[in-house]
Write a protein that binds this ligand. Structure first.
Ligand code: ATP
Length: 778
């Protein structure tokens, strides 16, 4: 075929006009024998690929936890529902796994690229994306971004544009005679619409089945694509018509399923000279989100949509499970051939790594994992050119007839009666011919199919019988093995229970021993602390008593001193008074004597006068000195009294400080003891539980831990006691040294007073002596 021709020329040259019927008829052709490999005849499993998207911006902002880890090397995906319990992890193995950092190109090259060659060989491939809303189904299938100016794909371009480009690249390099057609349909609320039809032609399409169970959409427009670049326009045109809505999980969420199909017909000459048409097809399906209604935030109409989506997915799920129940949903019917039919199928399951989507993710993983076991028996569509041409001819007639009916019905075009009648006769004849041909063809095909299917059934029955026998044998072996295991387990379980009971009673005994030990230790500690407190309180009381005694002693000493000073003063006063009276008596006597001896009177009087003057000055000096001594004694006594009062005050402060310290230390000790008791109780409860749940080895560890704890507590109490005792000793020694200082000062004062007293007495004695001398000299 010449690819430079226009679309219309293309339509005409091969008679491969866009028609839904044509696909049905193509499909009804049986494949040529050599086109099917033995693997294909045995059946190939649906390939399941898992893709996990990265966290989106919102999830990154809210620091959402990731619970999915992808092992691309081993093709495993692990869901970790609970970080603390690894036993809850669930691991799934798939044909391929693509983690959050995977690129669009990688996925295409690994998964879709290899299918293109098979499509060009005449096989049908269906690739569908399945997963919760917002997990990247549309991103994977259609992608984002337009093609770059240099012809390169945008890095976010998805499977569809890459597949079309790939197909054209191969066809161009082979210089093949080909035609590429695409259809794009949407299934919304169980209603099929053509996403490529113009708005005026837009109406719900009917899903039909031909006599052999092949499904086709009547009236679906096929767009002929001559260059890969056209695909962007087609995609944009179709995508813009899709039913989308904003949900909590995706701003532009597809509420519908969409199927983008590419049909490639390649004309080839076979070895016997006849011409062959290879007709391959690639269906790219983007399913609606599989999430539940409430999570997606869907309300009212959205809820109804979600119900419909789930109905489709539910029935699809049933197909996957039972490969039956194929009449309920249009989606199921559309995909029937892809799930257990003649089409090769690949499922791309998309998931989110977020903890918030965990439930849906696990659902998707389960569903995808189950899909792995579905088997297809692919067949290539290769037809002999002649029959192909005839079929196309009939399909064209069919299309023309349909168009004619539609034109008459809708636009009312006038056709002359004769023309109409002859057209009708022609049509009738053609119909008859067509029916005859189809009937014969049908017969042959049916017979061939029957033969093939009987052979297949026979093979399969034989195989299933063998499998069943093997399974039976395996099941028997397994049952025996399990019975042995169970009896072994029962025996060891019994032994374990006995050991556990023994251990438990041991542990209980040990626990009660430990608690008795702790009680005893607690009592001992309390007793020792109590007795130490009592002895200290007694010591303090004794100390206080002694201090009081000392105080009394010092008081009486001072009083005694004061009394002696007073007595001294009184004695001095009395001495002076007697001295004065003696003096006045002497004076009188002298005056009398003077009167008698008048002659000597003047001389004696003068001598006496001078003696008297001397005596009175001596007495005055003595009195002054005595007064000074008395003042000094008074000052000394006063300072002694003051310092003793200060000492007494300080002593009282020290005593009250000591009392406070004792009380504080008692409170701290009490608090420590109660904290220790509480801690110990909590620890014991926890430990007891732990110990009861574990075995004897743990008991030994626990006991040693408890011993250490007790030791630490005892050490702690002893240490704090020791510290307190040291402190008290320090205070007592400070007090003793202060007391010694005070004693020293007092001693000095007494000595000083004594020396003063001695000096005073000596001075008095000297004064007395002088007076006596004076008197004697008289
Ligand atoms: N693998 C990925 N790498 C980067 N971004 C991704 C990936 N998968 C999805 N996204 C982003 O996540 C958002 C949602 O993706 P998308 O619309 O394809 O989800 P969906 O599964 O089709 O949702 P719905 O079912 O609601 O239509 C988009 O903004 C898309 O760009």
């Amino acid at each position: 075929m010449d690819n430079s021709r226009t679309k219309q020329q293309r339509k005409g040259s091969l008679c491969l006009t866009p028609s839904s019927m044509s696909r049905t008829l193509w499909s009804s052709e049986s494949p040529t024998r050599d086109s099917q490999s033995s693997d294909d005849r045995k059946g190939v499993n649906v390939q399941v690929v898992l893709r996990c998207r990265p966290l989106n911006e919102d999830e990154k902002k809210t620091r959402t936890n990731q619970v999915i880890s992808c092992d691309e090397l081993n093709q495993q995906v692990t869901a970790t529902p609970n970080n603390s319990n690894k036993l809850m992890d669930r691991t799934f193995v798939f044909d391929k796994v693509f983690g959050p950092t995977s690129q669009q190109k990688e996925l295409y090259d690994d998964v879709v690229g290899p299918t293109i060659n098979e499509v060009l060989e005449g096989y049908s491939w269906t690739i569908f994306a399945y997963g919760q809303t917002g997990t990247g189904k549309t991103y994977t299938m259609e992608g984002e971004g337009r093609k770059e100016k240099n012809g390169q794909f945008h890095k976010n371009a998805g499977v569809i544009p890459r597949a079309v480009q790939h197909i054209f690249d191969i066809l161009e390099s082979k210089k093949a005679d080909y035609s590429v057609k695409v259809t794009f349909l949407e299934l919304y609320n169980e209603e099929i619409t053509d996403l490529l039809a113009s708005d005026e032609k837009k109406r719900p399409l009917v899903l039909m089945e031909d006599g052999k169970g092949f499904v086709f959409v009547r009236g679906l427009e096929e767009e002929i694509v001559s260059t890969a670049n056209e695909i962007y326009t087609i995609l944009e045109k179709g995508s813009s018509k899709k039913h989308t809505a904003e949900t909590l999980l995706n701003k532009q969420s597809n509420r519908s399923h969409s199927i983008f199909s590419i049909t490639i017909q390649i004309k080839e000459s076979s070895s016997d000279g006849s011409e062959l048409i290879k007709c391959g097809k690639l269906n790219l399906v983007d399913l609606a989100g599989s999430e539940n209604i409430l999570r997606s935030g869907a309300r009212e109409i959205r809820a109804r949509e979600a119900g419909e989506i789930n109905k489709s997915l539910l029935t699809l799920g049933r197909v996957i499970n039972a490969l039956a129940d194929n009449s309920e949903s249009k989606l199921t019917r559309l995909l029937r051939d892809s799930l257990g039919g003649k089409t090769k199928t690949c499922m791309i399951a998309t998931i989110s790594p977020s903890v918030l989507s965990l439930e849906e993710t696990l659902g998707t993983l389960d569903y995808a994992f189950r899909a792995k076991s579905i088997k297809n028996t692919p067949e290539a569509n290769r037809k002999v050119m002649k029959s192909a041409l005839v079929i196309e001819l009939y399909s064209q007639i069919d299309r023309l007839k349909q168009e004619l009916h539609e034109t008459r019905d809708t636009n009312g075009v006038y056709v002359p009666r004769d023309d109409y009648q002859s057209e009708e006769t022609n049509k009738k004849q053609l119909m008859e011919l067509q029916e005859l041909y189809l009937y014969q063809q049908q017969l042959t095909v049916d017979l061939k199919d029957q033969l093939e299917s009987t052979k297949r059934d026979l093979n399969m029955t034989g195989q299933s019988l063998l499998n069943l026998e093997n399974q039976y044998q395996r099941a028997k072996d397994m049952i025996e093995e399990k019975e042995n295991m169970i009896s072994n387990l029962l025996c060891s379980g019994k032994e374990l229970t006995e050991t556990a009971i023994e251990l438990r009673s041991d542990l209980e005994g040990a626990a009660s021993d430990i608690s008795t030990l702790f009680d005893t230790i607690g009592l001992l500690i309390q007793d020792s602390i109590q007795s130490s407190f009592t002895s200290k309180a007694e010591a303090i009381a004794e100390l206080t008593k002694q201090m009081e005694k000392l105080k009394g002693l010092y008081g009486s000493g001072i009083k005694h001193l004061d009394d002696s000073a007073e007595e001294l003063y009184e004695n001095s006063r009395l001495t002076l008074r007697s001295l004065s009276s003696e003096l006045s008596t002497s004076s009188t006597y002298i005056m009398n004597l003077v009167g008698n001896t008048s002659s000597d009177a003047v001389t004696i009087s003068n001598g006496l006068k001078s003696s008297l003057n001397y005596l009175s000055s001596t007495i005055a000096a003595f009195i002054q000195q005595e007064e000074e001594n008395r003042g000094r004694t008074y000052q000394t006594s006063k300072s002694i009294s003051e310092s003793f009062l200060n000492f007494s005050k300080n002593l009282n402060v020290y005593i009250s400080k000591l009392r406070l310290m004792e009380e504080d230390s008692q409170t701290i000790t009490n608090q420590k003891l109660s904290a220790f008791t509480k801690k110990f109780e909590e620890f014991s409860v926890g430990e007891e539980r732990l110990l009861l749940g574990k075995i004897a080895e743990l008991l030994a560890n626990s006991t040693s831990r408890k011993k250490n704890l007790i030791q630490a507590a005892v050490d702690d109490v002893l240490e704090s006691n020791c510290k307190r005792t040291n402190k008290i000793n320090q205070e007592i020694s400070d007090m003793q040294s202060f007391n010694a200082d005070a004693e020293e000062t007092l001693k000095n004062h007494i000595e000083k007073t004594e020396s003063n007293y001695v000096a005073n007495t000596a001075a008095i004695e000297a004064g007395k002596g002088t007076i006596e001398d004076g008197l004697q000299s008289w």
